[in-house]
Structure formats: C-alpha cells, structure tokens
Design a protein around this ligand. Structure first.
Ligand code: ZN
Length: 340
C-alpha cells in the first residue's frame, strides 16, 4: 500500500510517499481502508521529533474509513462498516479503563503515535477503537474525533457548559477552536471568539461566534470585561498554554471555570493564585476524548448540527505540504489527506 512515511524526524520534507506492507489484523484487531485522515498538531510534533516514535513511522490519529478485514475473536464489527478510529489506545485493564476513562489509562497512547497511523491506504486498530460513523460523509468524519471529540469532552463532559454561560474560546479559527465555538453555540451559550489576527473574524462569525476579539491588537482581558458588563467570561476554553494561561484566569468571572486542553505555546505560566481561591475559580484539565464523546459529535455532525470546516484536501502524496499549511497558522478548520 501507499503511505506517507518518515525515517527520521525533521521538517515537512521528511514525509516520503512510499510503498509499504499493508497491515494484517491480529486477534482483536480490524483493518480500515482509509477514506481520509485529518492533520493535527500532534502529527507535526511527531514528525519534528518533539515526541519519539518507532522509525520508520506512519503518522495520522484522525482517521475515517471502511472495515475491510477483521482479526480472530472480533465480534460486533462487520466488514463494510463505515467508521472512525477512536484515537486513544488503552490496555483495557487498569483502574482508569475499568472506570470508563481510557484517556487516563496507565498505558495510554494514541493511534498514529504508539501505532502506525492513517497517513496510508490501510490502518490497523483494535476492534474496541471502532466507532460507527453512521451516514456521515467519511471526509467530514475524519475531521471529528480529535477536535470535536476533545472540544465536546472539555466543554460538556468536563466544564458542564450550559446556555447561561459566556464562553471565551482561544484560537477560535483553528481546528480545536472552531469545534469549540460550534459546540458552545449548539448548547446555547454566548461565545467570545479570540483570534490572532483580524482576517479570521469573518470565519469565526460564520461559525456562530457572538463576539470576536483580535488578541493580536486588542487587550483580551479588557475586551472580555467590556463585552460582559465587567463580569468576565464564565468559561474559558484554553489550549494555547503558557502564553495565555494568566490572561485566561484574568478573563474569568467569579466562580468561573477554565478548561485547559493542551498547548501550542510553552508549558510554563505565572498565575496569581489569589484569584483562584478568592473567586472560587475551577480549573479542569481535559485530555484526549472519551469514546462516547466521539460517538456524540459524530451523531451531531450526521444531523447537521456540527459542521467541521475543511480548509484544504490534499492527496496523501502531499503530506509534507499539508504539514506546511497547518504550521503556517493560517488554517481555518481542518486539513485532510486523501489516499489514492
Ligand atoms: Zn488502562
């Protein structure tokens, strides 16, 4: 089969389009014929060596396709099933797995990180990772698990966002942010979308954002205060990291909740802890996504209530170009790779 492979970490040019052996399913595993694979920042980090993988390696965590082979002992997953791969690989046996929290598994990893991923014609995953895509277009389905699944997990499962909330979403035009804006609006909350440059304002308004703040030119804390009558946002969706954590805390109303899901800037930040206790702020992490979260967002997308925006579709042979686009930070929504 054809795949985009890297033999050593480096720039986008290390992604080589090569013929490799197709995977065969072992016990409890299935093989999907890949319809589309979305490109995530996680992929960039793997390719550039920020985390280690086996080499050579095939990236790709956000995958949709059709089941073409099932291994011994697999039950309940039929050939031809249109599905996405649940991104979290877990052992199924530790205390967290038994609590139904495989994203906290003591042996956790991600598809395309600890296994070969979806930058290929075929993907092998544990049968437990198959999530039916229903009638949803498989290209759109590939854009759902990492961004929409994670945003749903953070906003709904963790921060319990409701219709009375005012939600500040950082990086609102990117993959994760554009999912968060749509989810918060679907729940009925008011959304303040923070974007890094004003050219993204129209895009985030088209997603339903009520207000847009260009934090490249405006003071985000002052802007959020003035949009909320001096109160602040009741929820902050934080995934930038060290550069924005302190400002996120400052943007919160008393009793507000911050959900932190990752970082694209550094991991260190200075925070005035007095605000956390004196204003009873709640800070919650959200890591990866649960399988029910992924199933839920797929269902909402099939109903047309969530619509992943596709920035570009490229052939798998152009994986390096896809990485350059994602790294340019000019992306609105998702970049997809399509196998031959
Ligand atoms: Zn486990």
């Amino acid at each position: 089969m054809w795949a985009a492979v890297y033999h050593t970490p480096g720039g986008p040019e290390v992604l080589a389009y090569e013929e490799v052996s197709a995977p065969k399913p072992g016990p409890g595993e299935v093989v999907l014929k890949v319809a589309a694979c979305a490109v995530n920042r996680l992929d960039i980090w793997g390719r550039s060596g920020r985390y280690k993988t086996r080499l050579p390696h095939i990236l790709g965590t956000d995958v949709a396709g059709v089941v073409t082979e099932v291994g011994p002992g697999v039950e309940g997953v039929d050939l031809g099933l249109r599905s996405v791969a649940y991104p979290v690989i877990s052992d199924g046996t530790c205390v967290y797995c038994l609590q139904g929290r495989p994203n906290l598994c003591l042996g956790r990893g991600f598809v395309g990180v600890v296994t070969e991923g979806g930058y290929a014609e075929y993907l092998k995953v544990p049968a437990a990772n198959v999530v039916p895509a229903g009638s949803l277009d498989l290209k759109l389905a590939a854009a759902m698990p990492v961004d929409f699944g994670t945003a749903w997990g953070g906003l709904v499962s963790r921060a319990k966002v409701g219709p009375d909330d005012v939600v500040l979403v950082w990086g609102a035009a990117g993959g994760l942010g554009h999912a968060a804006v749509q989810i918060a609006k679907l729940i009925g909350a008011e959304v303040i979308a923070a974007v890094g440059d004003s050219s993204k304002a129209e895009f985030v308004r088209s997603l339903g954002a009520d207000h847009v703040v260009d934090y490249g030119s405006a003071d985000i804390v002052q802007s959020v205060k003035s949009l909320t009558g001096g109160m602040g946002a009741t929820v902050v969706f934080e995934h930038v990291g060290g550069d924005t954590w302190g400002k996120s805390i400052d943007c919160l109303a008393r009793g507000g909740r911050m959900v932190t899901l990752g970082l694209t800037s550094g991991p260190k930040s200075e925070v005035d802890v007095r605000r956390v206790y004196s204003d009873e702020l709640v800070i919650t992490g959200a890591y990866g996504q649960s399988k029910p979260d992924v199933a839920k967002v797929l269902q909402l997308a099939a109903e047309g209530k969530l619509v992943p925006r596709v920035h570009r579709e490229l052939s798998l042979s152009s994986a390096g170009e896809a990485h350059q686009i994602v790294e340019s930070r000019k992306v609105r929504g998702k970049v997809l790779l399509l196998p031959p």
